[in-house]
Design a protein. Structure first.
Length: 167
């Protein structure tokens, strides 16, 4: 949320289509950014609790694609596709995420990595094409809790990576 010149909160024009999740992770932002930019890391933590990821293609560059399958704890497979639309290391990543390249319901996520003392505040701002799609993601797919769990998995993974690097 931002404020107007009169001190009144200004609502984003996309607020009714957004999900915003943030977390402070106890690592420098370069380390957190790297966990998003290298498939060897992403495949270890991506997704909510109980999910695993199999990558079919990965190229981290503007216009590059991450084509992968998320395997749910119940055995259901979910085809996923991401293309990177903006990359500003180690500050920002913008991506388009859907089930395939042609998915009309694909959504945009903006990831920002902000120093917070020795830690990093990561914010995931996801904007859906419509409010109805955002609401469906929340109610039918548990998007808010899933996002929190995903960032929790990232935090736990990074703690382990940092611990191993120190040994």
């Amino acid at each position: 949320m931002s404020t107007t010149g009169r001190g009144t909160p200004a609502q984003s024009s996309t607020a009714d289509r957004e999900i915003v999740i943030s977390r402070v992770i106890n690592a420098p932002r370069e380390v957190v950014f790297e966990a998003f930019s290298e498939v060897r890391h992403l495949s270890q933590w991506w997704g909510p609790e109980g999910f695993t990821t199999t990558t079919r293609a990965f190229e981290f560059r503007v216009g590059g694609v991450w084509d992968f399958v998320m395997h749910g704890p119940d055995g259901t497979d979910y085809a996923e596709w991401i293309t990177w639309t903006e990359i500003t290391p180690p500050e920002r990543i913008v991506l388009l995420h859907g089930e395939s390249r042609e998915d009309p319901n694909a959504f945009e996520s903006v990831l920002t990595f902000t120093p917070d003392g020795p830690a990093t505040r990561i914010e995931m701002r996801t904007v859906f094409p419509t409010a109805a799609l955002r609401d469906e993601a929340i109610t039918q797919h548990g998007a808010v809790e899933g996002g929190r769990q995903t960032l929790g998995n990232l935090a736990a993974y990074i703690v382990e990576v940092v611990r191993q690097a120190e040994n």
